[in-house]
Design a protein around this ligand. Structure first.
Ligand code: GLV
Ligand code: MG
Length: 319
């Protein structure tokens, strides 16, 4: 099974070198966990982290969460061993591999072919393990469309702000925050470019980490910016960030109710019984086919978040 169906509002990073956190993460209300072999794990700890991750995936209880492992990037000496050890050990308990610092389509193609070989050898469904591609530098962003279409396994494009800031020589140390010297959002273009690729190719778009983990309001502000653009979710590094991400990347209850109402009303008014109307008033708002499309987006986000509507539509002749 791929993880394509999972909502990705909160994506919890868990260092593979920390068995206590691998254990604790199972009880936290994140939509996705990614067990990290890359930057949260010191080089000397990587072999041990692979073993911890295999054990946590095989023996842990991850129901309701997409299970993802972030391997090391393809300029490192560790990637192939990460993939082989994790998939051989726990490939049947894994939804996707996250590949960081992807710079060109061939990186994804390498992972796709390697996964296909492993799945065939291990008797797993071919194509069952998805790929999440992390865009972390200018080269990756310039090639993002080719990366998005390099394999049908690609499910998600992720913004890696910390590495991206370093790669651009940005004059800041606070990841994702606005810069006092810049009269706008320095990340706007990058976020939008990733979002365009994700929407063009029907993939999820996920925002990266906010490292000031004690500053929950700072996290909320950064998350609200990418959520407002249309991002599906964001990484979380601490339990306190999970609740905020789940809230920020879900619609407000009133918006969810309104979206469901628009869908019902539009279905009624366009029907024979409703008068075959294409544009009608719903309260003070004129709704038409474009309203239906916007409402579908909000309704889908609400349904994915498990929201329950609190209003229903009554046709005017039944009022
Ligand atoms: C995450 O990997 C980042 O670089 O922000
Ligand atoms: Mg990174």
């Amino acid at each position: 099974m791929t993880a394509a169906g999972h909502a990705r509002r909160s994506c919890l990073a868990v260092p593979g070198s920390n068995p206590k956190m691998l254990d604790k993460a199972q009880g936290l209300p994140a939509d996705q966990v990614f067990l990290d072999l890359e930057d949260a794990v010191a080089p000397l700890a990587k072999p041990g982290a692979r073993k911890n991750i295999v054990a946590a995936l095989s023996e842990g209880e991850w129901t309701g969460k997409a299970r993802v492992v972030r391997v090391n990037d393809l300029t490192s000496p560790w990637t192939y061993q990460d993939v082989i050890e994790v998939v051989e050990g726990a490939g049947g308990h894994l939804d996707a591999i996250m590949l960081p610092k992807v710079q060109e389509a061939s990186h994804v193609q390498w992972l796709d072919l390697t996964l296909t070989q492993l799945e065939r050898t291990l008797g797993l469904p071919v194509g069952g393990i998805g790929i999440e591609a992390q865009i972390e530098n200018a080269r990756g962003l310039v090639n993002v469309d080719a990366i998005a279409t390099a394999s049908p396994r690609v499910e998600t494009i992720i913004f890696g702000p910390a590495d991206f800031m370093a790669s651009l020589n940005m004059k800041s140390l606070v990841v994702g925050a606005l810069h006092p010297d810049y009269p706008g959002d320095p990340y706007h273009y990058i976020l939008m470019r990733i979002l365009m690729a994700a929407r063009t190719h029907d993939l999820q778009a996920v925002d990266g980490p906010y490292l000031q983990i004690r500053d929950v309001e700072g996290f909320r502000e950064v998350a609200q910016r990418s959520a407002a653009l249309g991002f599906d979710g964001k990484w979380v590094l601490h339990p306190d960030q999970i609740e905020v991400a789940n809230e920020v990347y879900s619609p407000a209850q009133a918006d969810y109710d309104r979206a469901e109402l628009i869908l019902d009303a539009y279905e009624y008014y366009t029907s024979e019984a409703g008068g075959k109307l294409g544009a009608v008033m719903l309260g003070d708002e004129m709704i038409d086919e474009a309203s239906r499309k916007m409402a579908l987006v909000i309704a889908a986000k609400g349904q994915a978040a498990g929201m329950v509507r609190t209003e229903s539509f009554t046709p005017p002749d039944q009022l």
